[in-house]
Write a protein that binds this ligand. Sequence first.
Ligand SMILES: [Zn+2]
Length: 344
Amino acid sequence: MSVRSRASSTVSNSSIVVTIHDLNDIKTNVVNRKRRASSIVVRAVAEEKNVDGVKIVNWTELSEWQQDNEYIFDGYVQETNSVKKCMKSLKMMHNETINIWSHLIPSCVYLFLLIFFTDFMLEKKLTTLLGPDHGAMDTIDYIMVNIFLLGAFLCLFCSSCFHCFKQHSENLSVLWSKADYMGIIILISTSIISLLYYGFHDNLFLCKLFTVLTTIFGAVCGVFVLNDRFNHKDWKAIRAMFFIMFAASGLLPIITGCFYFGIQEAVNRVQLEYVFYEAVCYITGALIYGFKIPECYYKPGKFDYVFNSHQIFHIFCVAGSIFHFKALVASFVHAKMGIHQISA
Ligand SMILES: [Zn+2]
């Protein structure tokens, strides 16, 4: 190859490199513009409804206390200092909308069940399964099913209130975040205690022992979450691990039950299959929340409005509570069937 042709080949190669580089730049610009455009569209929709002075801003326009997840760039409701404006933001699309509604709707369902389930629906289920002479529901059954429903309602309701009022002011945000954490503790406690009864209904000493232990663990967690230091965003992963550990304390009575009654009987008593799915939901949700998956793997802004870690965590929480409810009802029916067979 002559010197001239070699030179012209180098020039043409470098121009190809430049062209590919330019193409990449253009592609990145297009993606960024698209992202900005979609964010502007969502913001425009929100601002179109912005008749009540609720302002949607991005990360750079936030007060420092509002900055929590650096991977969520846009769609924040600016500090409102007004409960009325926070309520009005319920009608708007912002980055807390899905967090609010994903727990508000299920909390209303749990409230409905709390009022009607044991009195009108569970009774019918027993009659279908065991016949009309299945016997009346004990007071303790009544309490156990309802304390779980109350715990699930309180947890989800406090959570949606937190997401609605966190934009009010720093003080209210801190207050509701503590209510949110307390709601989680109440749900974990009522979940474990309600199922404990069906695991150990014929061994009240073990039932009492694990109830006391769960109450102590719950109280320790409560003291921890009411501490202001715990509330800082740097503690997010530790916070998630703390709740996982408290929930995991529910393994103690299950292991004890396996030794005491044998694995099969323990599985039947607390419907371990559902409990397993419940644990998978809570642990997966907490890990996703703690490690900010999936947004931490992408540029800030990709999951501002939908599919970010907090929203996925919310869905897993609701799913976990549903599995627990299924386990509780099935355990109740299993216990009643046993009693029915003995008395028949
Ligand atoms: Zn939440």
